[in-house]
Design a protein around this ligand. Structure first.
Ligand code: PGA
Length: 249
């Protein structure tokens, strides 16, 4: 059985003081969650957030990392820098990184390999744009993105990664994939993993992401292939995020 995992992606929101207030409100609300609970915060919030969540069931995640250990890479952060703050998860290949910052399937793969080597759990994002879905490319595209992202990992390493299926047209738009659409495409991603790594595919947790919120989380989480959510907007308020971690309609 795969344990569900709900992760908040705060994106470029919350100063350290705001971050502290949000997690202080979240800790008691999320204490009885039955799933893994992660908050992926801006790096400047790591210190404040890690202090508040110490000893609780909430884990800390980052939103990106570089694949090199150190060097002349202005503006980047290494795995060791994240780990120094207690970071355990890292989002990689988010569509906003791909769209606005030139991230490619190849650089996503380099980051995934470095994260796994460092003992971090990657949350690897894949997903199609609106015109790609309309043209009928969704299954081929998400399969390709998934296989490249995982390339070079062993089957045992693949068992421990998290994948987030995030249709680009559903992110921050208020449009959500239907429960069935999300379930079907996540099934396609799982079969892509199976075609290379065999039954490791049964252990990989695959989240849905894209306007998931307190209203639609129950239906999505009831789908057999959906193992959790990557939550943007609805992770910025403790009450909303708490409802999602309880799959509460
Ligand atoms: P959203 O963002 O929930 O605000 O659509 C999800 C994401 O980008 O991870």
């Amino acid at each position: 059985m795969r344990k569900p995992i709900i992760a908040g992606n705060w994106k470029m929101n919350k100063t350290p003081a705001e971050a502290r207030a949000l997690v202080e409100a979240l800790v008691p609300l999320a204490a009885d969650a039955q799933c893994d609970v992660v908050v992926c915060t801006p790096a400047v919030d790591f210190a404040a957030v890690s202090e508040v969540i110490r000893g609780t069931n909430i884990k800390l995640g980052a939103q990106n990392m570089h694949w090199k250990e150190s060097g002349a890479y202005t503006g980047e952060l290494s795995a060791d820098m994240l780990k120094a703050y207690g970071v355990e998860y890292v989002i990689l290949g988010h569509s906003e990184r791909r769209q606005y910052f030139g991230e490619t399937d190849t650089t996503v793969n380099l980051r995934v390999l470095a994260a796994v080597k460092a003992g971090l759990t990657p949350i690897i994002c894949v997903g199609e744009k609106k015109e790609e879905r309309e043209a009928g490319y969704t299954d081929a595209l998400v399969s390709y993105q998934t296989k490249i992202a995982l390339s070079g990992l062993t089957a045992d390493e693949v068992r421990h990664v998290v994948i987030a299926y995030e249709p680009v047209w559903a992110i921050g738009t208020g449009l959500t994939a239907t429960d069935e659409q999300a379930n079907e495409t996540i099934g396609v991603i799982r079969e892509a993993v199976r075609s290379v790594y065999g039954d490791a595919a049964d252990d990989v947790r695959i989240q849905y992401g894209g306007s998931m919120n307190p209203k639609n989380c129950k239906g999505l989480m009831a789908q057999p292939e959906i193992d959790g959510g990557l939550i943007g907007g609805a992770s910025l308020k403790a009450e909303d995020f708490s409802k999602v971690v309880h799959f509460d309609a």
